[in-house]
Design a protein around this ligand. Structure first.
Ligand code: CUA
Length: 155
């Protein structure tokens, strides 16, 4: 098969980029130990409500200005129903599901992640703006999906 010189150059360039990207990802994962920002901790979905700390969903204070928030997503609501966060706080959210795949999205903040049963999803954010933030499920999870919303109150 005859390939034009420029075609050969272009194919070589494409293949080289592919190899470079694969090498970068492999190095980051194997050498640097990079993992996705969630799905590193597993949990039995049937026992979420009796597994600490998910048995007491809500905001837990770590230090001044630093909090952890534990959320349980289940058709068709989040627990806790409303979170009150002090202004300026850095909050790490731990979210899991007892049933199907849900979303965990706070549109004004950039928090947007998938919640998968059997896994704990983790996402962090510093609340620097006062107000009431909408928290929504953005993965279609069933007939009541559109009602699955809550609020985060930053005071
Ligand atoms: Cu939960 Cu959509």
């Amino acid at each position: 098969m005859h390939l034009h010189r420029l075609e050969r150059v272009w194919l070589t360039f494409g293949a080289a980029i592919l190899v470079l990207f694969l090498a970068t990802i492999t190095t980051a994962a194997v050498v640097e130990g990079f993992v996705p920002p969630s799905h590193v901790q597993s949990i039995d979905p049937a026992k979420v409500r009796v597994t600490p700390p998910f048995d007491k969903p809500g905001l837990h204070r770590l230090a001044s200005g630093s909090y952890e928030a534990y959320y349980v997503a289940a058709i068709f609501s989040f627990s806790p129903h409303e979170l009150v966060v002090p202004l300026g706080s850095h909050v790490t959210f731990y979210v899991t599901s007892t049933d199907v795949v849900h979303g965990f999205s706070v549109p004004e903040t950039g928090i947007n992640t998938m919640v998968t049963p059997g896994w704990v999803t983790t996402v962090s954010y510093t609340f620097r703006k006062r107000g009431r933030f909408l928290l929504v499920c953005n993965e279609y999870c069933g007939i009541g999906h559109q009602t699955m919303a809550d609020a985060i109150d930053v005071r």
